[in-house]
Design a binder for this molecule. Sequence first.
Ligand code: IPD
Ligand code: CA
Ligand code: CA
Length: 266
Amino acid sequence: MKTRLEQIIALVKEVGAMQIDNFEKKHQIAKKSTRFDLVTEVDKLSEKMITDFIGARYPEDSILAEESGRVDGQSEYTWVVDPLDGTTNYSHRFPVYSISIGLQRGDQAVLGVVYAPMMGELFHAVRSRGAFLNGQPIAVSGCANLEDSLLGTGFLYTGSGLDNNLLQFNHLCPMVQGIRRTGSAAYDLCCVAAGIYDGFWEYRLHPWDVAAATLIIEEAGGSVIYLSREGLNVSLVAGNRQICDQIQVELQKIAGALPAGDLAGS
Ligand code: IPD
Ligand code: CA
Ligand code: CA
């Protein structure tokens, strides 16, 4: 695993340097599932660099990558790749975005690397070996009460109004010190791992948003509660155990107030 970790760290630094070189340029922005769901030429080039690198060194492994989908290999390992998490930010030159690469052995996450190039922040974890930011050990916060907490969240690309986490946001907002939404879920989750956020929740993320960062949180002593995992949709709460439980209780309290078909059970 040490070799794989070193290789992936070198790779994300190379991809991150390319992303920084292109940051100020005018991008070719295309819309995917909705008008909010963007992809640029830099997402595609980043993903090609990553999948070419992994494919050349680990041809037996499977790859699940956001832009190109799934390639099945013969080994028990699967790489889960978001080449640029925070494309809307990148397209608008808002500098919070990240590269996320997770590795699973069967169903178990064994390696996670999240690199935020513009912030110069590289998070990593190997199962049972702890979590690190730029080589220094990190841990989730010790905050015990929502009223003392800073939380993170995000909003779906597809929904609007009640069907887009706004009731939940409005419910939790007066209970906490603040709620942040960076636009990069992988980076948000790493803020939990580093004890910057005390907790986080979001509905209908995807495996490539969370594969690396959830291992980093667990290795930083935190908890991840899956509200649901269906196909490529992942809804979760994360944080230190106490804050995680308190967020889940509050989300459950208002679930009954939500119209049918929205995020109540997501
Ligand atoms: C998005 C970001 C955002 C989250 C969205 C994701 P993308 O990823 O992680 O924070 O709210 O749900 O899709 O599309 O920029 O890779
Ligand atoms: Ca993403
Ligand atoms: Ca992406």
